[in-house]
Design a protein around this ligand. Structure first.
Ligand code: HEM
Length: 232
């Protein structure tokens, strides 16, 4: 245990933790996108039944959510620690060599990653608060399906994205999500040591593809709903 915690608190350990938790989060985000696509291709009933099914998992869902929270928490923790270490290393270097020139491309990407990461973390808090803990059956957001009153989450999502403000906000954040993923995916494989110079272009290309598919996939949802309303 002691060995595990000391290796996780080393710089390499933290980068590894950041990469592994990042890849776990990519899987969650991809699954979340797939479920949300039913807002485009499904009906109001199908979307509400899907989210109702998730809710009715009860304790299983809580365990999944705890795992997700741990992934987000560890990813943010390791990201902030790596950023601080890089910053300290940079300022030490500049102190030794006064003429070291401007910050390298690498340091810009880590500044960029911490910035997009903080925006995404704030987004997730507001997003979960407004959708998951937003108005439900008690507030009249209810749909009757097979004699049962279930939460009409579809109505909440459509109402939210019928206003230009949230649509613009979501689009902006989804672009930042795409940029975070583009660098993060490649960087995670580098930290995991899974890349040799031959694999670098391939991993980079997959990272770009994943980022574009996820970023654009999420971005289409609010725009589509704003223009057409939800569902088919
Ligand atoms: C247009 C984009 C998105 C839409 C329409 C959307 C929709 C939703 C909805 C409707 C819920 C509530 C589900 C429920 O209560 O059963 C939810 C939950 C959630 N969303 Fe999103 N989402 C979007 C983007 C994102 C992104 C980009 C992330 C992460 C970076 C994210 C992370 C989460 C998380 C963590 C939850 C809580 C899951 C849980 O605790 O069960 N969402 N989202």
């Amino acid at each position: 245990m002691g060995k595990l915690s000391s290796s996780l608190s080393s710089t390499v350990g933290r980068k590894l933790l950041m990469g592994l938790t990042g890849l776990g989060l990519v899987m969650f985000v991809a699954g979340h996108l797939a479920g949300n696509l039913s807002l485009l291709i499904g009906t109001r009933t199908q979307f509400n039944q899907y989210t109702h099914l998730l809710e009715s998992l009860g304790p299983t869902l809580w365990i999944i959510e705890l795992g997700l929270l741990a992934l987000f928490g560890l990813h943010a923790y390791s990201g902030i620690m790596v950023w601080f270490t890089n910053r300290r290393a940079r300022s030490d270097k500049y102190r030794k060599t006064a003429n070291a020139g401007g910050p390298s491309l690498k340091s810009w990407s880590s500044v960029w990653m911490i910035f997009t990461g903080i925006v995404l973390a704030l987004f997730v808090v507001v997003h979960v608060w407004s959708f998951k803990y937003g108005p439900g059956v008690a507030e009249g957001y209810v749909q009757h399906v097979d004699g049962e009153g279930i939460r009409d989450l579809h109505r909440l999502v459509v109402e939210t994205f019928s206003q230009p403000g949230p649509v613009i906000l979501y689009c902006g954040v989804m672009i930042l999500l795409g940029l975070h993923l583009r660098h993060g995916f490649w960087s995670a494989f580098q930290s995991l040591g899974a890349m040799n110079s031959k694999l670098t272009p391939l991993t980079y290309a997959i990272g770009v593809l994943v980022a574009v598919l996820i970023g654009l996939g999420f971005l289409i949802l609010p725009v589509w709903i704003y223009i057409n309303g939800g569902g088919i």
